[in-house]
Design a protein around this ligand. Sequence first.
Ligand code: 2NL
Length: 361
Amino acid sequence: MSTGYPDLDGLLPRLEAIPALAAEALEAEEIAVLGRKAGALTAALKWVATLPIEERKRYGAAVNQLKARFEAAFGARRASLDTERERRERAGIDLTMPGRHRWVGAEHPVTRVVDDIIEIFRGIGFTVAVGPEVETEWYNFLALNFPADHPAMDMHDTLYLDAPPAEGEPSGRLLLRTHTSPVQIRTLLASPPPVRVVIPGMVYRNDAFDASHSPAFHQIEGLAVDEGISFVDLKATLTHFAQRFFSPSTRTRFRPSFFPFTEPSAEMDVECQLCHGSGCPACKGTGWMEILGCGMVHPAVLENCNLDSEKYTGWAFGMGPHRIAMLRYGIPDIRLLLEGDMRFLAQLAPGGQADRRAGGQ
Ligand code: 2NL
C-alpha cells in the first residue's frame, strides 16, 4: 500500500555509501539527494508542506534530521577528498598526467641488413662463423699477405693493445681486428675445403667519427675455397646476392681494384637504386653505387693456411653493412645509424615511413 509519503528509510543506504564516493560521483549524488529541482530529499520537504499540522511536525522533523545527516556526510567526504588531493599534490604526484605508451621494439636497420645478407648466403650453402675481436698481427695482417711495412699496420690506422701477446702466440702484437678476415684464416686453418662461410662482426680502425667514418663499425665477409673455383663463381654468386638483396632485375658491374689478400681484385657496383642507371646526385651521376670489394684469394694466403694453392682456389668478398643500409634507406650520414636517436630509428622500423619507401613489409 502506498501512503504517498516519500520513502526516507530507502535513502539510508545512500547515506552510508557517501564516504566511499570519488569526487565526481560525490557531486552527482549531492545533486540527486539535495538538488533544488529534483533532489530526493527536496521532494520530501515539499511534501511536508501539504500535511496537516501534527503530521507536518512529526514527518518534517524526520526529513530535516535526515537532511542534516546528508549535509554532514557530503561535507565530510568533500573535506577528506580535498585533504587527499592536497597531500598528493605536495608529494608531486599528478594523477591527471596522461600515461606513457609502451615502446615497441624493433631490430636496428644495420642488424636487419646483416641478417638479410646472411639469409641470402645461407640459402646457397654458406655457413656462418664468428671469431675474436682482439687479434694478433699475424691473423689480422701477415697471414693475409700484408707486407710487414704496410701502412695499414701503422698506429695511425690500427688500434694496438697496450699488452703483451698471450703465451704461445708468437704472432706479433695484439690489436683490435681491422676487418673480419682473420676469422676466415682461422676457418681455413681449422677445417679443410670445401669452405663456404660468411662472417659478420665488429671491426675497429683509428679513425675520427665523421659523416662517413666511425672508429667501430660492422663488416661482413664471405669466403669460398674448393677445387676448381673460378672468377665466374665469384661474379655469379655476388650478382645472385645483389639481385636477392635489392631486386631481381638489379644489374652489377665489376671494376679492377687492389687488396693484398686477393689477386685479381675487384669492386662490385650495383645499378643505382634511386635512378636505376640514368644518373642522380646519390650516385654522383654515374648510375652505379659501389657496395663491396672482392677477388680471388691470393695463393700466398692459401699457402699461409697450409693449403696447396695448385690444388685449391677460392674467392672472397667484404662489405660494410652500414654503407648498404645507407644505400637501402637513403641515409646521408653514418652517424644517424650509430647514435641511437629513436626519432630517426622509428622511421626505419618495420612499418615505419622509410621502411615502406624501401619496399619493406
Ligand atoms: C672491402 C673489401 C674484402 C676480402 C675482403 C678475404 C679474406 C680472405 C682471403 C681473401 Cl681470408 N680475401 N676478404 C677479399 C676482398 C675484399 O673486403 O672493401 N671490405 C669492406
